[in-house]
Design a protein around this ligand. Structure first.
Ligand code: SAM
Length: 279
């Protein structure tokens, strides 16, 4: 019943408000086909752009979204509670974007105190930066250069308002993935930074900040949840190490995912990734 009410309230289908590295829109159907039949509450503790959340939020009771990217979490909370002020600030960014040096002026404004201004800055930079890539330096300062877009959609008012509707039924937190507390009947989708495959370079491995120890910590945490009646699904790369740590206790499916494999030529190629489930 509740799901129907939610469907009526949200006339526009919300979608991720920023493009996120590792975003799941390209394999969304593979995920949707493999969900549990019944979900009470939904948890997405590596939320990123939240592609799966936006597909299923209106079929579950409540959603719990979290991540360790503070700008992202502040922005989810701003869209939930102050969408109008955010839209106003974004339209100003849109107007000023053509001014020379505006991108770099906004990029230099690190640590804005006001959360709404901070969120507007974050969305503006993500929509206009090179490849939509969130990258920070050692001091946690955003340092991606400007991208070359003809007409970036800096102020997508319609989608922001649709996201506000979807977030009415969500709790959003800045926290490590092990801090969630789902109960029997709930469903958790884990989409951690992927383990490198043999084709990935060593640099890429270091830059994810998610080590083999973290991958094992995630597996152990998933095993604990399963014992208490929670259903879990985990995405990862088709890497030997990952298959090894999950093969004993989980079902593993390979799915084909289109990826940009060569940033110079923007060449797309399908690579396999895996979906790990207890059900
Ligand atoms: C692959 S991305 C998630 C992509 C997302 N599912 C989507 O569709 O856009 C991984 C996310 O994990 C977050 N992250 C990294 N380490 C974490 C941790 N220990 N706990 C929670 N989130 C973490 C990163 O900030 C990043 O947003």
């Amino acid at each position: 019943m509740k799901a129907n009410i939610k469907q009526i309230e949200s006339t526009n289908q919300p979608k991720p408000f920023v493009k996120w590295i590792g975003g799941k829109r390209s394999i969304i159907n593979e995920l949707l086909q493999r969900l549990p039949k019944q979900i009470n509450n939904y948890y997405e503790p590596f939320v990123g752009g939240g592609a799966l959340f936006f597909e299923i939020y209106n079929t579950v009771n409540h959603s719990y979204l979290s991540d360790l990217n503070v700008d992202l979490i502040v922005t989810y909370n701003t869209i939930k509670s102050e969408p109008k002020k955010l839209i106003e600030l974004l339209s100003k960014h849109k107007k000023n974007h053509d001014e020379e040096g505006y991108y770099y002026k906004i990029r230099a404004m690190q640590n804005l105190k006001d959360p709404v201004e901070n969120s507007a800055r974050f969305i503006y930079l993500m929509k206009t930066c090179f490849n939509g890539l969130y990258r920070v330096n050692k001091n946690n300062e955003f340092n991606t250069p400007i991208g070359s877009y003809k007409d970036p959609n800096i102020c997508d008012k319609k989608n922001i308002l649709a996201v506000t509707q979807a977030l009415k039924y969500a709790t959003i937190k800045y926290q490590d993935f092990t801090k969630i507390t789902p109960q029997r009947g709930d469903f958790v989708y884990f989409d951690p930074p992927y383990h490198p495959t043999s084709e990935d370079s060593f640099t890429k491995y270091l830059s994810t900040g998610f080590s083999e120890k973290d991958q094992t910590r995630l597996r152990d945490f998933a095993l604990e949840l399963i014992k208490s009646g929670v259903n879990v699904m985990i995405s990862n790369s088709d890497a030997e190490f990952i298959i090894d740590i999950y093969k004993k206790n989980f079902n593993i499916n390979r799915v084909s995912a289109p990826r940009v494999v060569n940033c110079k030529s923007d060449k797309r190629q399908s690579v396999y990734e895996i979906l790990i489930r207890n059900f």
